[in-house]
Design a protein around this ligand. Structure first.
Ligand SMILES: Cc1ncc(C[n+]2csc(CCOP(=O)(O)OP(=O)(O)O)c2C)c(N)n1
Ligand SMILES: [Mg+2]
Length: 407
């Protein structure tokens, strides 16, 4: 079977899986059939060379760094989940990203993450920010302290998970509100264009955002103004406890890009190199002044929507019942099926097949990542908490503010 036939066969299989999920809403079946046809067209676009295979040309140290970042995120998530389960004194919380690591790493590897602020590409993240933050360059120790509201955390312990930000690497931040950040990100992209800088604004969002006005407003304005903007939609099938077929009439949300006459690309979000290829193409297009791109990464989260219900210490993922959900919202078999196509394994296997890593080196990188996460949480545990009396600091400007004139 050729690469193209392989892709088409697997896309057909995927379409079948989607149809069976959608059977709970039978009226969507006809739409799903159209979705499957569109999906095949997408695979042809790949074969036509719409997406160059950039990743193959990356130097070995960059490829190794991508694997390292994937396992650093993975062990951050696993260590934190274990801590939430085993340490009753721990106050931190998280929307876990494990399972989706290849999306954050594939995208951020195509961005400028170091240098003066005026040259950095900016990432606007979501309520599920830890993977995006690590991939963009946020310090893991300071983030662990922040998540537990320690005063030496990256935002002084005021932000926690939901308002985490780090200007030094262009991580503009997590956002607990679903939607508004997309529109603010297009505002940054507009500023880049107005200033003539070559920066790019990226927003990470979930499948749940399709049904918000912000998704459409951001893409419409970015398309009309040809802004250097990339919308990375991580389709992990569920928003909280509802399958995305309940709020979106299409199999591929990327098809929405057609409405705005911009590229809409579907990628395998478990394969970091596919994600990188799509991101690099989108970044080049944005820097060249050609406008925005919508990238839909098909992916899956291994833990439940929030926290670690259903998870067991030392075990990756959550299989149990989530008491916050009205009913068990996803079958255990589905979780296990997705875990077979694990982003860590896929990245490691590709790099071994390209001769970039061998098994022993990959294992050593992973052991170091695990140790880094353990050390980060142990350090955070020793840090002082914020004081309640400091609660209003950083909210209002203190003292006299000199008048400023703009323009
Ligand atoms: C404006 C707004 N409405 C509702 C919520 C509650 N909420 C938090 S996460 C979430 C679902 C998000 O799903 P998705 O976009 O698919 O992201 P995922 O959690 O799957 O990463 C909702 C509805 C919110 N945070 N903000
Ligand atoms: Mg989702």
């Amino acid at each position: 079977m050729s690469e193209l036939e392989n892709k088409e066969a697997s896309q057909e299989a995927d379409s079948g899986a989607w149809l069976s999920s959608a059977s709970r809403r039978s009226f969507l079946k006809g739409v799903a059939g159209a979705g499957a046809a569109i999906s095949l067209m997408n695979s042809r676009a790949w074969a036509d060379g719409d997406i160059a295979f950039w990743a193959k040309d990356l130097p070995n140290d960059k490829l190794t760094e991508m694997f390292t970042t994937i396992v650093r995120i993975r062990w951050h998530e696993r260590t934190m989940a274990d801590k939430m389960i085993t340490d009753p004194k721990y106050r931190g919380y998280n929307h876990f990203y494990a399972g989706q690591e290849a999306v954050a790493v594939g995208v951020c590897s195509a961005l400028r993450n170091k240098g003066p602020f005026e040259e950095l590409d900016l990432v606007y993240s979501s309520h599920r920010p830890t993977g995006h933050a690590i991939a963009k360059g946020v310090d893991m120790k300071k983030m662990a302290a922040e998540n537990d509201f320690r005063s030496t955390g990256i935002n002084g312990g005021y932000a926690g998970e939901m308002h985490l930000s780090d200007k030094s690497c262009g991580f503009i931040g997590a956002d607990g509100m679903i939607g508004p950040g997309h529109v603010i990100a297009t505002g940054s992209a507009f500023a880049f264009r107005a200033r003539g800088s070559k920066q790019v604004a990226v927003v990470f969002a979930g499948d749940g955002t399709y049904a918000t006005p912000h998704f459409h407003s951001a893409l419409n304005n970015a398309a009309l103004l040809k802004l250097p903007f990339i919308y990375v939609l991580e389709n992990n099938l569920y928003h909280q406890y509802a399958h995305y077929s309940y709020s979106c009439p299409m199999k591929d949300i990327a098809d929405a890009a057609r409405t705005y006459r911009i590229p809409g690309v579907v990628v395998d979000g478990q394969d970091v190199f596919q994600v990188y290829n799509a991101a690099k193409t989108a970044v080049d297009r944005a820097r060249a002044g050609e406008g925005p791109t919508l990238i839909e990464a098909k992916t899956y989260r291994y833990y439940n929507h929030w926290g670690a219900p259903g998870a067991e210490a030392g075990q990756l993922g959550a299989f149990g019942y989530d008491p916050l959900a009205i009913s068990s919202f996803r079958p255990e078999r589905e979780v296990r099926e997705w875990m077979v196509r694990d982003p860590v394994d896929i990245c490691r296997n590709i790099l071994i097949s390209w001769g970039v890593l061998d098994g022993a080196r990959a294992a050593a990188i992973e052991a170091a990542a695990k140790q880094e996460a353990i050390d980060a949480f142990a350090w955070a545990d020793q840090q002082p908490y914020c004081k309640p009396e400091d609660g209003l600091r950083h909210v209002f400007v203190e003292g006299v503010v000199p008048a400023r004139q703009f323009g």
